[in-house]
Design a protein around this ligand. Structure first.
Ligand code: TRP
Ligand code: ZN
Length: 878
């Protein structure tokens, strides 16, 4: 771990090609519970792309115990090299040479879950971003792409399965009850895509034939007890492979594709070439153990990792500043895949809800950074919602600006031009330009500047001329290190509704061929529509055409009108959300007009609920209240208690007023029969459970009994966990009984127990923090397992703003205690947890003082990791 007081910052502007490149890598792993050996043979040669002067070559390597070192077959003399805590320096290596080495590792002591480590009884690796340097000496950066051959050997009984990247070669028996396997990956790759797995695993197998006739053997490996939970992941994989062929013309390129599920993993999953390693959360599902959201998450993450084979692996990033090149594009691809597989409109709403809740908050915090950052201390801190989700929006805007045909032409150019290379986001944009003939110079600001742009729009109708003018002003807020930003290129998709709520034909005075698309490029710009017989109501930012905040002075009546009539489903939903926010914020202020607004809102809610033929999935989105954190973002100073109370008040009001109607709809939506994961059945369950939330908030005896009944009926995990969540949030007499029942039933299933921890950590009860602390002692909890930490501590700090931001500051103290404890175990996870403090300046003075004190406690610690130091120091500065 990093021990310096103030770690270095790395800058994009300092990028330089490497002086030597590695062409081939031969690795030999001798796996042992104690003292694993890694023997490496690298062939290196001068990099033709390197133009500077360099006599020495620095290879990365951390925590390696050197055994021996040879250059072109001879043991290296002590004066020919040096070793420090960062790596190995060769003082005067030849133009071309072979470097061989042996090092010893202690994977059994590795709690960071980077490099080679143990999860349960298996060995596995995680090398992105800079884990490979914990395995052997290497040029551990993505622009060094080499051909890998791997041999691994281990005990035959404990590790019957031995996997690595690429295609399998031979395997065989060895003395001492050991065996070995060899793997060869024909595609040059950066070290972050290396992987190996050794364990006692079972697998399910299927096959896929690519469009050009290559047969591919597909396997999903899991611990034996999970073998009946892999089918959904396999079906998702097969659908992803077909989709990438159909939508992007991309075929798979090896004989085998393997997925391994592990319980100890820092992130969702990893796209290692031919050997994806997954957090078991994104593989394992059975109707009684996984919720609808789990099923959807598995489909999305399986697709995401598979899609990386082209967007990430065949074409990779030149340096880590370009991370969004692969992540933004791949998230865009997985979002589109999920939309094609399920309900497009719902998917878009869910994605935007998440973007607004998390990415807008990050953009408005001291941790704000551009989609392509210009500097970092620790790259692991930049796997963010900005790089991933805003990055996906930036790709989506380009796809929409070009239209489907030109976008496909652009991605064809991209794959063709850069296959086998490590490139930049700028190279990506240039393909968009070359395919379309457009100039995207100004559009590139989306990559270079942080902060969420704001559009302020005003409309003016001129009856005499029959024209309507939309005046659009844009501004981008200052963010750390960036002030006075130039105007962005913002695609603003609009519609104009007549008084019956129908779309009016759009005729732009500038004759634009796509009149619905306003390309906002100036600080202030006016767009004119002609031949309009009446004053329209504008529908703005349709489909959320750009990741911006929009201000337009809608009256409440206009929002109700849009909610009822807008042909754009996204904007119908968004109008309802805006209305709900207005009501809630008025109630927070305890403004006198709040009561009337609530009555109006309840009325609109009732109409929507009873509207014939409405789609249950969309209805569940429309009837959901904005979250506490989203409401907090709309306030100058976040009123923690006020926001919570207002939401509870609205839920209770609706639950009481519409009780019997809610109840009858709840009953109509009741159990279908065999559990299925389809957009329709998911939508029905979502709506049903939302109605149960309102019913429960009414406090009626009947409603609480319904929760218990739904829990006990146990039709599927979606219904069970929702019922348990509602019961766990209150004082119901059956509360403890149900929680105990759940734990007794599922104590041996770690993923299901994560839900049990999370339900309790999210409860708004007074004793939640106390319970969270006590639950750390529960036998199913483990501080070294990231899923457990996220389920208990993460859910509390990020999913329970009411309790976490309690006025006494105990939430902050607890969180920082955990961050400091975790820093010695897993700095990546510690730093992620600490992000929940980054927006401390948005709270009242008393909370600010408490939070600042805790952040200073972190920043002042000696020997803190670079990961945690960066988050603490930036949070305090910003
Ligand atoms: N490339 C992975 C993905 O998005 C991200 C990832 C998995 C990761 N494990 C990690 C990033 C560990 C940093 C550290 O699909
Ligand atoms: Zn990814």
């Amino acid at each position: 771990m990093w021990k310096e007081a103030s770690p270095r910052t790395i800058y994009l502007k300092d990028y330089q090609p490497v002086p030597w490149v590695i062409r081939t890598v031969d690795l030999d792993f001798r796996l042992h519970e104690k003292g694993t050996r890694v023997i490496s043979r690298l062939t290196l040669e001068r990099n033709p792309a390197f133009t500077g002067q360099a006599a020495e070559l620095r290879l990365d390597g951390e925590g390696l115990k050197p055994v021996w070192l040879r250059l072109d077959g001879s043991e290296l003399h002590g004066d020919a090299y040096g070793i420090d805590d960062q790596g190995l320096v060769l003082f005067n290596p030849p133009e071309q040479f072979v470097l061989e080495s042996e090092v010893e590792l202690a994977p059994e002591k590795n709690t960071t879950l980077q490099g080679l480590y143990r999860s349960g009884s298996m060995f596995c690796t995680q090398c992105e971003a800079e884990g490979f340097r914990h395995i052997t000496w290497y040029l551990d950066r993505p622009d060094v792409m080499a051909r890998f051959k791997v041999r691994l050997e281990a005990d035959r009984d404990k590790y019957p399965v031995l996997l690595s990247n690429g295609n399998p070669l031979e395997r065989g028996e060895l003395p001492d009850n050991r065996h070995y396997a060899e793997w060869e990956d024909p595609h040059p790759k950066p070290s972050y895509l290396f992987a190996l797995v050794a364990g006692k695993l079972k697998y399910i197998e299927d096959s896929f034939e690519t469009a050009s006739g290559r047969p591919v053997r597909l396997r999903i490996y899991v611990e034996p007890e999970n073998i009946d939970k892999c089918d959904h992941a396999m079906q998702s994989l097969i659908r992803s492979m077909r989709w990438d062929e159909e939508k992007y013309g991309r075929e798979y390129d090896l004989d085998v594709f393997n997925i391994v599920a592990v319980n100890d993993f820092n992130m969702g999953a990893m796209e290692n070439k031919g050997l994806n390693i997954f957090n078991s959360k994104y593989v394992l599902a059975r109707p009684d153990t996984a919720t609808d959201d789990d099923y959807l998450g598995i489909e999305a993450v399986i697709a995401h990792e598979y899609f990386h084979n082209w967007t990430g692996n065949r074409i990779t990033c030149r340096d880590w500043f370009q991370l969004s090149l692969k992540e933004g594009f791949t998230v865009y691809r997985d979002q589109e895949f999920s939309s094609d597989m399920g309900a497009r409109g719902i998917k878009r709403i869910d994605d935007v809800r998440m973007l607004r809740a998390h990415q807008f908050a990050e953009d408005d915090s001291p941790m704000a950074h551009p989609v392509r950052p210009a500097s970092y201390m620790e790259i692991n801190n930049f796997y963010t919602v900005t790089v991933y989700e805003k990055g996906a929006e930036v790709v989506r805007m380009q796809a929409n600006l070009l239209g489907p045909e030109l976008f496909r032409k652009a991605t064809d150019i991209y794959f063709d031009r850069f296959d086998g290379q490590a490139v930049t986001t700028d190279d990506f944009v240039r393909c968009m330009e070359d395919a379309s003939g457009r100039d995207l110079t100004q559009f590139r600001h989306w990559y270079d500047y942080a902060g969420t742009p704001e559009l302020t729009v005003q409309g003016e109708y001129h009856p005499d001329e029959q024209v309507y003018r939309l005046q659009v002003r844009q501004s981008v807020p200052d963010t750390p290190g960036q002030k006075n930003k130039p105007p962005f290129h913002i695609p603003l998709v609009v519609g104009l509704l007549d008084s019956h709520g129908r779309d009016m034909p759009l005729d732009r005075s500038d004759g634009s061929a796509r009149p619905e698309l306003l390309e906002v490029m100036e600080k202030e710009q006016t767009f004119e529509f002609r031949n309009l017989p009446e004053a329209p109501v504008p529908s703005l930012l349709r489909g959320f055409s750009a990741p911006v905040k929009l201000n337009y002075p809608y009256s409440d009546a206009e929002l109700v009108f849009l909610m009822a009539h807008d042909s754009d489903g996204f904007n119908r939903w968004d109008a309802g959300q805006e209305l709900a926010q207005r009501v809630l914020l008025k109630l927070v202020e305890q403004a006198p007009e709040g009561a009337d607004m609530l009555a109006e809102f309840t009325h609109a809610f009732h109409r929507a609920l009873d509207a014939a033929h409405s789609d249950p999935a969309l209805l569940s989105e429309v009837l959901s209240l904005p979250s506490e954190s989203l409401l907090g973002e709309r306030m100058e100073v976040v009123d923690v208690e006020g926001i919570h109370a207002a939401r509870e008040q609205v839920k209770a009001h609706i639950g009481k007023r519409l009780h019997d109607d809610l109840l009858s709809h709840y009953r109509d939506l009741g159990e279908e029969g065999e559990y299925q994961v389809t957009p329709e059945t998911i939508g029905r369950r979502r709506l049903k459970n939302l109605l149960l939330t309102y019913l429960t908030a009414s406090g009626s005896r009947e409603a609480v009994d319904l929760c218990v009944q739904q829990y006990q009926a146990g039709h599927n995990m979606t219904d069970v966990i929702h019922a348990l969540t509602l019961v766990a949030d209150g004082d119901h007499p059956a509360r403890q009984e149900l929680l105990d029942d759940f734990a007794a039933r599922w104590h041996a299933d770690p993923l299901v127990m994560d839900k049990w921890f999370s339900v309790q950590a999210r409860s708004s009860r007074k004793d939640t923090l106390e319970r969270v602390m006590a639950l750390q002692e529960h036998p199913a909890f483990s501080i070294t397992n990231p899923n457990k930490v996220r389920a208990l501590i993460g859910s509390f700090a990020m999913g329970n703003p009411f309790c976490f931001h309690s006025a006494d500051g105990k939430g902050y103290t607890f969180l920082v205690d955990k961050v400091l404890q975790l820093d010695g175990i897993n700095p990546q996870i510690a730093a992620r947890l600490l992000r929940s403090m980054a927006r401390w300046r948005h709270y009242d003075k008393a909370r600010r003082e408490l939070a600042r004190g805790q952040l200073e406690r972190v920043a002042g610690q000696n020997g803190i990791s670079r990961d945690v130091y960066e988050v603490a120091s930036k949070s305090l500065q910003g």
